[in-house]
Each structure stands twice: as structure tokens, then as C-alpha cells.
Design a protein. Structure first.
Lengths: 199, 246
């Protein structure tokens, strides 16, 4: 049986280890890299190395950044009295795209997950408590995912932060904009009734 | 390719790929199964709200007989439960999920366990769960699954358990009296209060679990006994038990 050249096999093996990339996709990407000009391949490898060398977590909010504190924490136009708590750094970009929020963020780096043994000590909850204790934070918006883990995290945050006298709010649950009641699932619809607002 | 139509309880979900979910279901008629729900994490998916832990669903899934992974075809909730309104409810729910995950083997039909799970979920939903529901459910679950520890008398000699230096031995699967400790492997002290509570849970209706009062020490002791019994006999850790103290 004819074997692939060793460097190509190694590249396919490495690509195959990436999330969401199976062996076929790994082969396709590897052959594509082979076909591209050397400069492009070099740029790709340099980008991978740079991301490992230069991207760090912001010491204040734990967002991914190449400068500490991150751009958002340094921005004087943002409201420092409002902190939005999220599970992963990627959630910041989703919220920023919506363009409605002008406060600061705090990334927990996950959510409480008893089945996986992930407790408060594995998350960035203690730095958040310290941040609130330092003063200046008037409102904490908990924007964890609307899953059981996300809700458990929100409840835990309420328990540890509420005694510090800060206003705690949770993002709303319910129907997507442009959706139709007729096609809404029962669980979401029930939640939207629980979270109804006075007009 | 067979089509399976049965009532199920969502035991666990794991993110799979970009937008899919790997769902563990405890079905009434086919035991515990795993199925892939394509696109279930997309906000506009018809599944998106349904795969919440301990939700009871009418499920339709397909796959070859005895295969390990099925595909979801359609789901419809039997009743919408609310278990996310308090931290106690949620951490009790996590314990119940873990008991179902650990005590039920893949494809093992266990109707008493299914009924027990339904009873527990109804209690959680009603808000009458009491602080000891997780421990009571774990003990009842062990009993229904065939892993009930021997608590009536000394597991080695059959002697009376009235002494004050009783030990619990996970490897022997029960309580030992002071005279039978040699060669019993790892064992832990068990107080008379904890032993009485464990015995009481086995014959107790879950609805009455709130009537038993446990102080924090007894609660921790009982949690440790259950943790070690499951760890030894099922080779799995009940990670959620420590969260009951949060």
C-alpha cells in the first residue's frame, strides 16, 4: 500500500485533532494548503503562532485581548457602573454586534456544571466578587445561557453578589423577534409568560 | 432501520459539533439511550427549548436495533416543568440526573426507576421537594437499580447494629459491626442517625422526604456514604453531591 508523504500525514493528523474537523475535512484542508502559494501557508502558520504568543486574557474582565487591560476596559466612553457577566469570551462579540449595551463585561470562563464537577472555584467568580467589592459597580447583568447550568450559575451569582448591595438583573427569556407564537415551543413560551413586562 | 416512539426523560445533553446536541434519554420502554438532535442548539430550532434536563417528552427516534447512537425524529413535551426557579431545585435536579445516568445501563428497561424519576420531577416542579430529596432519591435509585446497601444488620456476621462504633464498607456493600472490621477493606464511620436516615429512605414515599430533618453534619455524612458506595459499586463519582452544600 502506498503511504502519503510523512509531513502530509502529520498535517492531516494535526488538523484532524481540531474540533469539528473529521479525517476527510482534514485531508481536504491539507491538500488545499499544499496547493496554495508558500506565502499564504507561511501567513497561516504565523497567524497560529501569533495567536498563541500574543492573545491573553484581560486581567480585569478575562476577555481575550492582545493588550492588558483590553480595549473595552480602557474605553472611557463605556459605563463602568454596569457589568455584564457572560460564560465565554465569544459571547462579547454577539452582544457587541447588537450594539445596545455600553457597559463593561466579565467573562466567567464557563458555567457551573455539577455533572462535570465544575464548581465556583473553577470559574472566575471570585475576581467578579472582588470587582464589585472595590466599588463603582452599580448593576450586574447576568447573561449566562438559558440552560440549567446557566440558570444555576445566575442563581449562585445572585447569592454571592446580592449581599454586597449591587443591583442584579438577568437577561430576558422568551420569543425571538420576528417569531410567530404559533410555532413557538412550549418551554420558551412558558418562560416568556413568566418574564412578561408591564406595558 | 427501526422507528421508536416512547415517553422519555432528558437525563443529560452534550454539545456536539457546531449546533447539534448529543442527548441522553431515559425512555420508558427502551431504557437509557443516546441520540443526536441535529441543529438543536440553533435558536430557531424546533428542538431548542425541549432538551432541558428532566423534561418529560414524547420522543420519536430512529436507528438500527442495538445501535449505540440514534437520531431524533420528533419530540413533544408531555408537560412543561419549571425546575430552574431556585438553586436548591436545580442542584437537586443535577443529583437526580446523575443518579439516572449512573444507575441505569444503556438499553436496560427499568420501569420502577422511570416511575421514581417521574415522582421526583413532579415534586421538584411543585416546590415541595424539601432539603433531603436528592439524598432520598439517590438511595431509592440505588435500591431500584439493585445496588441497595445492606443496612438491616451487620453484613459480615448478621449481628445487631446497636453498637456505637459502626462502619460502612463500600466493598462489602453494607454496615459492619465493630467485631467484623478485619479484612473489610476501606470503611468509614457511620453514625446511628445516618444509618436510621438511610434505612428510612428505602421505604419512604419521596413526597414525605421533607418530613425528615437532617442537620448539616448528618447531611454531609449521608452524602459521603452515598458517594463512596456509588464510587465503589458503579465506578462513577457523584460529582453533584457536593453542590448541595452551596
Amino acid at each position: 500500500m502506498v503511504k502519503r508523504p510523512k509531513p502530509l500525514s502529520v498535517l492531516i493528523e494535526r488538523l484532524n485533532k481540531l474540533p469539528g474537523i473529521g479525517e476527510r475535512s482534514a485531508q481536504r484542508i491539507a491538500y488545499h494548503i499544499l496547493k496554495t502559494p508558500e506565502k499564504d501557508a507561511e501567513k497561516l502558520s504565523r497567524a497560529i503562532m501569533e495567536v498563541k504568543e500574543k492573545v491573553i486574557h484581560c486581567s480585569l474582565c478575562y476577555n481575550l485581548t492582545d493588550q492588558d487591560p483590553c480595549q473595552l476596559c480602557q474605553d472611557p466612553s463605556r459605563d463602568k457602573g454596569t457589568v455584564c457577566v457572560i460564560e465565554e469570551p465569544g459571547d462579547i462579540y454577539s452582544i457587541e454586534k447588537a450594539a445596545g449595551f455600553k457597559g463593561l463585561y466579565h467573562v466567567l470562563m464557563g458555567a457551573l456544571s455539577p455533572l462535570d464537577g465544575i464548581g465556583p472555584e473553577q470559574l472566575r467568580i471570585e475576581p467578579l466578587v472582588e470587582r464589585v467589592k472595590e466599588g463603582g459597580v452599580k448593576e450586574v447583568i447576568v447573561a449566562t445561557n438559558p440552560t440549567l447550568s446557566g440558570e444555576a450559575t445566575a442563581m449562585y451569582l445572585l447569592k454571592v453578589l446580592k449581599p454586597l448591595g449591587v443591583k442584579m438583573t438577568r437577561i430576558a427569556h422568551g420569543l425571538p423577534v420576528g417569531g410567530n407564537l404559533e410555532f413557538a415551543d412550549e418551554v420558551t413560551l412558558a418562560r416568556s409568560f413568566q418574564g412578561r413586562q408591564e406595558l | 432501520m427501526a422507528l421508536y416512539d416512547t415517553e422519555s426523560i432528558v437525563v443529560n445533553t452534550i454539545d456536539l459539533g457546531e449546533a447539534d446536541l448529543l442527548v441522553t434519554l431515559f425512555t420508558r420502554e427502551y431504557g437509557k439511550i443516546k441520540a443526536v438532535a441535529r441543529g438543536a442548539r440553533i435558536l430557531k430550532s424546533r428542538y431548542s427549548g425541549f432538551f432541558q434536563p428532566l423534561l418529560v417528552l414524547n420522543t420519536l427516534y430512529f436507528g438500527n436495533e442495538r445501535q449505540e447512537l440514534y437520531r431524533m425524529a420528533s419530540i413533544d413535551p408531555v408537560k412543561v416543568y419549571d425546575i430552574s426557579s431556585s438553586m436548591d431545585k436545580m442542584f437537586t435536579a443535577f443529583c437526580m440526573m446523575e443518579v439516572l445516568e449512573h444507575c441505569c445501563g444503556p438499553g436496560e428497561i427499568n420501569l420502577p426507576m422511570y416511575r421514581l424519576a417521574l415522582e421526583g420531577i413532579e415534586l421538584l416542579d411543585s416546590g415541595d421537594q424539601g432539603p433531603n430529596l436528592a439524598l432520598c432519591f439517590a438511595m431509592r435509585g440505588l435500591s431500584v437499580a439493585g445496588y441497595m446497601p445492606h443496612l438491616k444488620d451487620c453484613i459480615a456476621c448478621g449481628g445487631d447494629l446497636s453498637g456505637d462504633k459502626l462502619r460502612f464498607s463500600p466493598s462489602r456493600g453494607g454496615v459492619l459491626c465493630n467485631r467484623c472490621l478485619s479484612g473489610a477493606g476501606e470503611h468509614f464511620p457511620i453514625s446511628m442517625g445516618c444509618l436510621k436516615f438511610l434505612v428510612a429512605t428505602l421505604g419512604l414515599d419521596l413526597k414525605r422526604s421533607s418530613r425528615i430533618k437532617l442537620n448539616q453534619n448528618l447531611k454531609e455524612e449521608t452524602g459521603n456514604i452515598i458517594f463512596n458506595h456509588i464510587a465503589y459499586n458503579l465506578g462513577r463519582e457523584m460529582k453533584s453531591l457536593r453542590f448541595l452544600e452551596l
